[in-house]
Design a protein around this ligand. Structure first.
Ligand SMILES: N[C@@H](CCC(=O)N[C@@H](CS)C(=O)NCC(=O)O)C(=O)O
Length: 209
């Protein structure tokens, strides 16, 4: 399978970390693609009409996009413990955390448009503040959630992976210092960062708009 990837995308990294956790990363040919709404990458558009990564080109020719869809597809391809649990309560806790992580990443990208990506004269401070407020409020929510949802030693689920990769990106881009005054979230995050799947997939590179 081919994975259209990006070394500085939280969504693409979520897929790759998930594949490592599933033990199927060796089945992926990882191909780096640069994407931005201001620069059309035709190779990516050929498989995803939204022009975004990650994209998975499956062995049978099926073309999948959106990290959530790709993770669900990959989770059906291995015999180990599922990252998306079957049991309804565990399943919807995991999916909700994944949605929250996705929302943090989306808001983080929006903050970066208003702080550095958009030309200075077109940046809008109320948008930056509003998007940052979402990140702060999500991190406050997570401070009370993480340990109860995934005690030390538990196998991570898709929500944990989405959250760890998102927080790592927030840190990488210096969007927000989520660890200050959030001891539970920071220690959970530090634990997640030590996993071989996270160590094998470091973030790097600059956005090209
Ligand atoms: N919801 C999508 C988001 C994917 C996404 O926004 N990817 C970014 C890279 S971090 C991208 O390719 N952006 C290009 C664009 O917005 O045109 C997912 O989870 O896969």
């Amino acid at each position: 399978m081919k994975l259209f990837y990006q070394t500085h995308s939280p969504y693409a990294r979520k897929v790759l970390v998930a594949a490592h956790e599933m033990g199927i990363d060796h089945r992926l040919e990882v191909i780096h693609q640069e994407t931005s709404p201001t620069r059309c990458n035709e190779e990516v558009f050929a498989f995803n009409p939204l022009g975004k990564v990650p994209v998975l080109i499956c062995d049978d020719g099926l073309e999948l996009f959106d990290s959530n869809v790709i993770c669900e597809y990959l989770d059906g391809m291995h015999q180990g413990q599922k990252l998306i649990p079957d049991e309804p309560t565990a399943r919807f806790h995991a999916l909700r955390t994944q949605a929250l992580a996705q929302g943090i990443a989306d808001a983080g990208i929006a903050v970066r448009w208003e702080t550095e990506r958009r030309p200075a004269s077109k940046r809008w401070r109320p948008m930056q503040v509003g998007q940052m407020q979402k990140i702060i409020s999500a991190c406050d929510f997570l401070e009370h959630l993480v340990d109860a949802d995934n005690p030390p030693g538990a196998t991570p689920h898709i929500g944990d992976i989405a959250l760890a990769t998102t927080l790592s990106w927030i840190e990488f881009r210096s969007v927000y210092d989520f660890s200050a005054a959030r001891p539970r979230l920071s220690s959970w995050y530090e634990r997640m960062c030590l996993r071989p799947s996270m160590l094998a997939t470091p973030l790097s590179g600059d956005t090209r708009d």
